[in-house]
Design a protein. Structure first.
Length: 216
């Protein structure tokens, strides 16, 4: 079942095309890695899907509710558990929240205020909150960028477990994270946005970087 469709999409900034896409459909129960360097339009694309930005041309159709986690997630000045369970039924979700805190080795933070947390801890808590809300579409912008290797593995496992009945898009510039997450990728190459395999996206991404550095 399609959850997101793009038709003849064009996004411009200052009259220059940032990216364009002909016809793309993203389906339910899938994780898509959005691979690319900084400045290629990953965050812009995610914000287009949320409706925070408007495309220059073409149509975007979104079927279902969206949970969007920006690159620098914000927490309220409340306890960690209250931040996670905000807008949720505590009785139904408290045990799941505690389980995810334990899996990410931050169960000791349950009653700590958010203003004392490190960037990596904030990213973990934001991810738990995003996944616990169980929306149809989950958009994660560089959700693992400030976390250590062990934490990344556990966070990847959580994302994979929670993809049932959701379309998840994870923007990242990390090849390691992309490989761990999914075989499906979104790539912007020469301003064209398209679906491909993760391996193909990584190959094109690496070639682009090498070419820019003048090695080829």
């Amino acid at each position: 079942m399609d959850t997101i469709t793009l038709d003849n999409l064009i996004m411009k900034f200052d009259q220059e095309i940032l990216f364009k896409a002909d016809n793309i459909s993203l389906i339910n129960n899938e994780i898509y890695c959005f691979i690319g360097k900084n400045g290629t339009g990953k965050s812009t694309f995610l914000r287009l899907l949320t409706g925070l930005l408007k495309q220059t041309e073409g149509t975007i159709k979104v079927f279902g509710e969206i949970m969007y986690q920006p690159q620098k997630p914000k927490l309220f000045n409340l306890s960690v558990i209250k931040n996670i369970l905000i807008d949720l039924n505590k009785g139904q979700n408290y045990a799941s929240a505690c389980n995810m805190l334990k899996r990410l080795n931050i169960e000791n933070l349950e009653h700590k205020k958010a203003n004392i947390l490190s960037i990596g801890q904030i990213q973990k808590i934001a991810l738990i909150r995003s996944l616990l809300h169980k929306k149809d579409i989950v958009l994660l912008d560089e959700p693992l960028s400030s976390c250590d290797e062990h934490s990344i593995d556990e966070m990847v496992n959580l994302i994979k477990e929670k993809c049932q009945n959701s379309t998840i898009i994870v923007a990242t510039h990390s090849i390691k994270i992309a490989k761990k997450l999914s075989n499906n990728a979104i790539l912007i190459d020469h301003n064209n946005l398209f679906l491909t395999s993760t391996n193909n996206a990584i190959e094109k991404y690496c070639t682009s970087i090498i070419t820019k550095l003048g090695i080829l």
